[in-house]
Design a protein. Structure first.
Length: 301
């Protein structure tokens, strides 16, 4: 009988704002999260990342909890206005990743605003060609979230990494093993892409998973299509959407996935506001069940 390729349990955690992490972690540390991804919107600002890393390590203490990655979410290809510090923030996170005990920095690719995705590829090649070399030199991997941020192929802002055709163009432009994806099924479902088939095709390039799901309103699509007044898809917590996360974990195990999974909250329309943590903890329990529960040593092995 063939043995499974990989049976290491995948850590399941959640996303936290990086600046507030030392304050928030003590409030959620005993809920059962196994990792935290620390995120920054557009800039790390005036933060001393090495001091932040020390504070985060101090509040985690000796618990078996790790930092799964750092995230910078801004338009690194334009560098205008509020995005003026985005590129420098990527560089800082790459340089400081080891202090957090992680080798992953994630975020948006950026985009030439309101131009077709093709028009962003030369700038992407220039910027992430340099960043990938910097990352490789420090043993760091870079992963792109697959969120469209309201964009299409023809127009948009923030990110080009939301379509498999764009992924092929990106990886062809910068063929570095340091570049991969921060993938979540919700953004595939929102485009009516089969997330299971998509994951099977790109599993080798996926460095991190975001735990967010989506629920397609098929009756609405049947009557009003996908560009009507009401969104045809609701983002949901895992366990509430259309994705079979048991299949997700099976594919990841089969491909010897060594990354983690971070629940991305603050999107579910029903578990929001005072119900946010209820939704997050439901997702945490569900995902632990879907991965196969907790490890138990085999008494007769």
């Amino acid at each position: 009988m063939n043995k499974p390729a990989n049976t290491n349990l995948i850590r399941i955690g959640t996303l936290l704002g990086g600046k507030d992490a030392p304050r928030i972690i003590p409030q959620v540390i005993d809920y059962g999260f196994e990792s935290f991804e620390l995120t920054f919107w557009q800039t790390t600002g005036g933060l001393d990342l090495f001091e932040l890393a020390k504070r985060v390590r101090d509040v985690i203490g000796d618990r078996d909890i790790v930092i799964s990655g750092l995230g910078v979410f801004g338009n690194v290809l334009t560098g205008h206005g509020d995005n003026a510090d985005a590129l420098a923030s990527w560089e800082r996170c790459i340089d400081a990743a080891y202090a957090f005990g992680t080798d992953l920095v994630a975020g948006f690719t950026g985009r030439i605003v309101d131009q077709p995705i093709d028009a962003s590829i030369p700038k992407f090649k220039q910027v992430f060609g340099e960043l990938s070399r910097r990352a490789a030199d420090k043993g760091v991997r870079l992963a792109f979230e697959n969120c469209d941020m309201g964009g299409t192929w023809e127009r948009g802002d923030w990110n080009i990494a939301h379509n498999p055709t764009a992924w092929e163009m990106m990886f062809d432009a910068v063929p570095s093993p340091a570049l991969g994806l921060e993938w979540e099924p919700a953004h595939q479902i929102a485009q009516l892409i089969d997330p299971i088939a998509n994951l099977r095709q790109y599993a080798a390039k996926i460095f991190h998973i975001h735990g967010k799901d989506a629920q397609v309103k098929r009756d609405l699509i049947a009557s009003s299509g996908i560009i009507g007044a009401e969104a045809p898809v609701d983002f949901r917590f895992p366990g509430m959407g259309d994705t079979d996360w048991r299949q997700i974990f099976t594919i990841l195990y089969a491909n010897q996935y060594e990354g983690m999974l971070s629940i991305e909250g603050y999107h579910d329309p029903w578990f929001a506001g005072e119900w946010e943590m209820t939704g997050q903890l439901h997702a945490l329990r569900y995902l632990k069940w879907a991965r196969g529960g907790e490890f138990t040593p085999n008494p007769w092995a």
